[in-house]
Design a protein around this ligand. Structure first.
Ligand SMILES: C[S@@+](CC[C@H](N)C(=O)[O-])C[C@H]1O[C@@H](n2cnc3c(N)ncnc32)[C@H](O)[C@@H]1O
Length: 398
């Protein structure tokens, strides 16, 4: 392996071919191993999650980076994850595996790593590999994680955490509804809060994979950028938890005329007439209707960020803070521009809207999903009233 470049990410050093460091669109010829410097934020959050889980567990975690590329993620879990006892790193590409081996050696981590060159699905179902199960499994593929979900669910210890990245945001967000239906068996919807709908479709897909094998799902954290969505969820064992998970599945009804939206359970057909304005409802799903954040976990994550070696990272800090603030917020968010477009008025400042909603006794928080977004349990009529008061509009509303 000649002419390698050394880079540092977090507390690990990486040897990589020079092409692997070029911008994604300029990598010709294709490098033998994949590394994406733009995914550092994604990996930083994962490291903080593993640290937070390690502290709560009190004993060494066994983690798996099933699609490891050059190994950076799994090696960072070992070097920065505090209580990670051992990591299984795997990639289907034999060249990638050579880089995983090299990077493991140069970081002095060989004693705590098992390296495999298998299809991730085979690895995760292999009895010898999973032993008593993993505490944390990371699925970070090109595109959709759908085909890896069931084997990852089966490989976890009771209460273990599944982390999954989806970069196929166009299907999940409603640009290609047929592709979303094919991959996730759910209908997406292009609303102004489409990234949350995308997250709920992915969680719903994971939840259904859990219930088919008598497992239950408990999301602890989700986040999004323009390139991907990312979910973290605990997987519990037993029929009772699988039943509880079923009760958190349903459909989202959305009215494009007045912006009213609400969930219905699996026994209630979606669609029909909007109870607020009488227009025809559009719908998405089946999807996850339950909470997408564990507020206590998100708070601990923030504390972990503040005291960790990653505390100087501004973008990471902003994200973790925003998630902590919204983690107790209502399901789905509104976007100021969209609400204002109903009133044909210019959008007021989001913070004033939030303040006024709180004064009326509603919960209201910003959201990391959208800089102009806010979560609230206020009904759309009262949201409109607050917008009208703030912007002085007298236009009749739907
Ligand atoms: C997006 S990259 C992983 C990046 C890595 N997790 C990181 O954080 O840098 C996806 C990797 O999955 C590997 N891969 C693709 N299909 C696979 C499969 N079925 N099983 C295991 N690895 C696979 C590819 O070779 C590639 O290295």
């Amino acid at each position: 392996m000649k002419e390698l470049i050394e880079v540092k990410e977090g507390l690990v050093r990486l040897k990589l071919p020079p092409q692997a460091l070029k911008p994604l669109g300029e990598r010709k010829p294709k490098p033998p191993v994949f590394y994406n410097p733009e995914a550092v934020l994604n990996r930083d959050v994962a490291v903080l999650v593993v640290r937070t889980l390690s502290k709560a567990a009190g004993e060494g975690l066994r983690v798996c980076d099933a699609l490891a590329g050059c190994g950076v993620r799994g090696l960072r879990f070992l070097a920065e994850g505090l209580g990670v006892k051992e990591a299984v790193l795997n990639d289907l590409n034999p060249d990638a595996v050579r880089f995983i081996q090299l990077n493991t050696e140069i970081n002095g981590l060989s004693g705590r790593v098992e390296i495999y060159n298998l299809d991730a699905r085979v690895l995760l179902l292999e009895r010898k590999v999973r032993l008593q199960g993993f505490d944390f499994v990371d699925i970070d593929p090109f595109g959709s994680p759908a085909s890896f979900v069931q084997s990852a669910v089966l490989s976890l210890k009771p209460g273990g955490v599944l982390a999954a990245t989806a970069t196929d945001t166009a299907p999940l967000s409603g640009t290609y509804p047929r592709v979303c239906l094919r991959r996730y068996w759910a209908r997406p919807l292009k609303t102004e809060y489409y990234p949350e709908v995308a997250v709920r479709i992915l969680l719903g897909f994971i939840a259904r994979n859990c219930t088919t094998v008598d497992r239950g799902l408990e999301p602890i954290l989700v986040h999004r950028t323009t390139q991907y969505i990312r979910v973290y969820a605990r997987v519990h064992r037993g029929v009772k938890t699988a039943e509880e998970t079923m009760n958190k599945m349903g459909y989202l009804n959305h009215c494009f005329r007045c912006l009213h939206r609400f969930f219905v359970d699996l026994d209630t057909p979606p669609g029909g007439k909007c109870p607020n304005c009488g227009d025809r409802l559009s719908w998405a799903g089946p999807l996850w209707m339950g909470r997408i954040f564990d507020a206590d976990f998100c708070h601990k994550l923030r504390e972990e960020y503040i005291t960790s070696h990653l505390s100087s990272k501004r973008e990471l800090g902003r994200l973790i803070e925003a998630i902590d603030a919204e983690s107790r917020g209502a399901a789905t968010y509104y976007v100021t521009d969209r609400v204002s477009s109903l009133l044909k008025a210019s959008p007021p400042a989001k913070n004033i809207i939030i303040e006024n909603l709180r004064k009326m006794g509603y919960t209201a928080t910003p959201t990391h999903f959208d800089g102009k977004g806010f979560r609230t349990d206020a009904p759309i009529r009262d949201i409109i009233m607050v917008f009208k008061k703030t912007s002085g509009s007298s236009k009749p509303t739907p």
